[in-house]
Design a binder for this molecule. Sequence first.
Ligand code: TRP
Ligand code: SF4
Length: 405
Amino acid sequence: MNTLSMHNQRVLSGMRATGQLHLGHYHGVLKNWINLQHEYDCFFFVADWHALTTEYENPGVIAASAMEMVADWLAVGIDPNRAVLFLQSRVTEHAELHLLLSMMTPISWLERVPTYKDQQEKLRNRDLATYGFLGYPLLQSADILIYKAGMVPVGEDQVSHVELTREVARRFNHLYGQEPGFEEKAESAARKMGKKAARLYHELRRSYQEQGDHEALEKARALLEDQQNITLGDRERLFGYLEGISKIILPEPQPLLTKASKMPGLDGQKMSKSYGNTISLREAPDEVQNKLRTMPTDPARVRRSDPGDPAKCPVWLLHEVYSDDDTKHWVQQGCRSAGIGCLECKQPVIDAVQAELTPIRQRAAEIRQDMNMLRKVIDDGCEKARDVASETLDEVREAMGLLYR
Ligand code: TRP
Ligand code: SF4
């Protein structure tokens, strides 16, 4: 089944609003978005409702970071003329689709999403035994399906959410992707093929639907191709009836796996707010310098004259991100022979991070000078998003018989 027709060029991704963006976000997510915006029809949004599922006791951080996040997106080079930028909670259509999908989503599908138990374990200091948290991945499904996105750039940990989205879409199409009276219409179309062909069609359809016999499916398709005296509409119906659907309302998305971010934090672990090892995109220059100068190195280098091993040093991981081959060679040699000191070794990294952050910081400051511009970008984005979302929602309501016209 080709569900990747006209919408496969649409990319959608969201980012939880939980505080300041840092270099981990930049290297792990935003650089990828910047590239995608040149190739695809991109929708990027601040997932403030998703943030609420874990921050509901302290929603202040969300309010404080939602707009700032969009400002940082612009500062790093996301272009509002290329990508639609919006806030999830301003497009309330997501919530209605989430509700409608919740009616047909088995609880067990949500309970077995790996992040459900993992996050509860990890965030033990919060009570995540909530209805909203269980529904987290389904809300994400609604985010994706409401734009009929074909591709969803996510990290490894989110692939299971896209997988759930595919299952939900399939179930939705199966349940509601049928025109009124579809079955009767299909049956009457089958009769028009004549007794013999109709009987064969039914047999093959049964083999496919009950036993998953793909050969039968192929034979039935060939049979339909051969029919001379049925209309195009009837033929389409018979194709759909064969597979148990007639219309794809919500196309199945694909995950677009972003390579695991190599961005290490100041302690060598992955850069993350919860490890307290970040350099924020708004960090002041002397703070950047200070953080890097005081970051740990190979503990074997107690004195300047003690040789070290870059493989045991978090600074080396930063060289791998920022340094060219010559510099890396200089580090390897100098460290092992105690030919260079650690502060000396850190200097090229400090320079590279400053060079990376200076223009971002400048643009962020300009944007903060012009909050009206930022508000307008967000208002325009929300409006564009709402236009697409409300169209899909109308189709969904219609398919479910909720239009009452
Ligand atoms: N759950 C995602 C994360 O934690 C954020 C998100 C919410 C998202 N809705 C989405 C990502 C839709 C992709 C598509 O990173
Ligand atoms: Fe780490 Fe560089 Fe010091 Fe070696 S010289 S321990 S790589 S900071």
